[in-house]
Write a protein that binds this ligand. Structure first.
Ligand code: ZN
Ligand code: ZN
Length: 165
């Protein structure tokens, strides 16, 4: 396993290793989503997504295929998948647009480095999933100003300024 000593870098990729990527810096925030859509898409009980600026994600190998996929909001999402093994690597949602990627934490080489910062949509959480004490949990979604660290809010502000939004 390739592991870097730089703790601001996070490497990941698909199952067949045709696609490899690297995150440059820690994510803005890590959501663990217990909504029924994430359960269906993952085939599991929840999805863990690290939100990070698109320009902090570099492709090391391969070229993910973008698959248009319905989303809970109705606005849709684009899931970047390996063109060979079809593993999902990240999503872009209509709300945040192209500039923020929701990277699947399970596709990182060391997912344990990015535990959830918050649990969301716990209203539809599977009853056997027991949430850890000390990590925020909300029934639906949340106001980022209330939960994100100041540094992440600053980064998002800079991103929006760059995007002219
Ligand atoms: Zn693959
Ligand atoms: Zn979800």
């Amino acid at each position: 396993m390739t592991s870097t000593s730089d703790d601001s870098l996070f490497d990941g990729g698909c199952a067949c290793r045709a696609v490899r990527y690297r995150l440059h810096g820690r994510p803005l925030f890590v959501n663990c989503c217990h909504c029924t859509w994430c359960q269906r898409e993952s085939g599991s009980a929840f999805a863990v997504n690290a939100m990070i600026e698109a320009d902090r994600v570099s492709l090391v190998a391969g070229d993910p295929e973008k698959v248009a996929t319905p989303s809970a909001s109705g606005a849709g999402q684009t899931i970047a998948r390996c063109p060979q093994c079809r593993i999902a690597l990240w999503s872009n949602y209509a709300g945040a647009g192209e500039s923020v990627r929701f990277v699947r934490v399970g596709s990182l080489d060391e997912p344990s480095r990015l535990p959830p910062d918050i649990h969301i949509f716990t209203s539809t959480k599977q009853p056997w999933v027991v949430l850890p004490a000390g990590v925020p949990a909300v029934a639906e979604y949340y106001d980022s100003k209330q939960y994100w660290p100041a540094e992440s809010l600053e980064r998002r502000k800079a991103l929006r300024a760059r995007a002219g939004r």
